[in-house]
Design a protein around this ligand. Sequence first.
Ligand code: SAM
Length: 361
Amino acid sequence: MASGFPAVPPPPLVRAIGLLRDGLAALHRRLVPGHLALLELQMTGYLSQSITAAAELGIADALVDGPKRPAELARALGVDEDGLRRLMRLLLSFDIFTQRRDGSYALNGISRALCSDSPVTLRDLFLFFGSEYHRNHWTHLADAVRTGTSVGPALDGADFFAYAAEHREIGELFDRAMSSVTTLTTEPLLAAYDFGRFGTLVDVGGGHGSLLTEILRRSASTRGILFDLPEVVERLPELGPRDRLTVASGSFFDAVPEGGDAYLLKHIVHDWSDAEAERLLRTVRAAMGPEAVVLVIDIVLPEHRRPHAGKFIDLEMLVNASGRERTAEQFRDLLSRSGFTLDRVIGTAAPDSILEARPTP
Ligand SMILES: C[S@@+](CC[C@H](N)C(=O)[O-])C[C@H]1O[C@@H](n2cnc3c(N)ncnc32)[C@H](O)[C@@H]1O
């Protein structure tokens, strides 16, 4: 395990704790009057924007060197002390930050994920989720439900990736948000699967290449090809072992690099409708040798009715991408239509699973 990453708990333990939490929350909702249960659920939207405000103001970063009293923290951030106290009151009530006996605020295990340089940092993700752009799209969720498709074209005149290519401030915010998600998922993925057994890995739509870089860093015999749109690879941050990593650009609807032993598609397939996903998977299939495998990394939607991250992200895909999350059976069908046989679905301690498939002869 890389230094600084929190230990990855075994997936069954994560599921058991989740079941307990869901059971207690469901019991609470059944015991209180229905209208109060509903009000409480709706108000979590305020909490969500409060977390983004904390990220925007840099509260966690300002506490890295140690606890600060409210006046001192307000001065350091250049904000109104009363406003800060009110924001912190809500956050503290959900265990985001702690407050010491002398009134000073301090980081805890939860707020540490808001620091820019934590091994797992979600700051950029929350800056994107709470941004005016993203919020505006979500205010049109009902339209997306009416039409069954993304609100992007109606609001921005283009689908998300075309819009992000033209509006690089949004594109870069998104790319950083994706790298932020990767800090969350990297360790659970590496704990669940031996990516180092492949000679050459092609990361299709690899974004900033954070996962690929980490795989190469840990496996000296693996080479990597990072493939993404030209406007994304033009602005890559410092990448990992450059002697074993090459960068290629283009559209995965046209062609992807040949010669990979494994093709990684992390958070790619869920961005697209079934027809588009089939098109891009067929492009990958065309580049692959008969022994190569495709590794689709996405959330696999459970069949149960309990809360699950996939049910939130599925709506994110509806609003912003015309994509969708899929059940294991839906993945099996999609892969089969695209020329693949699904061999294994490997769960991880993160919401993601790894779907390993090989070309159908
Ligand atoms: C949700 S992000 C996932 C990025 C990365 N795999 C990760 O998990 O952090 C989707 C990626 O697909 C890329 N992408 C979108 N359309 C593409 C296309 N037509 N060809 C190649 N890459 C594309 C985007 O630029 C973006 O980096």
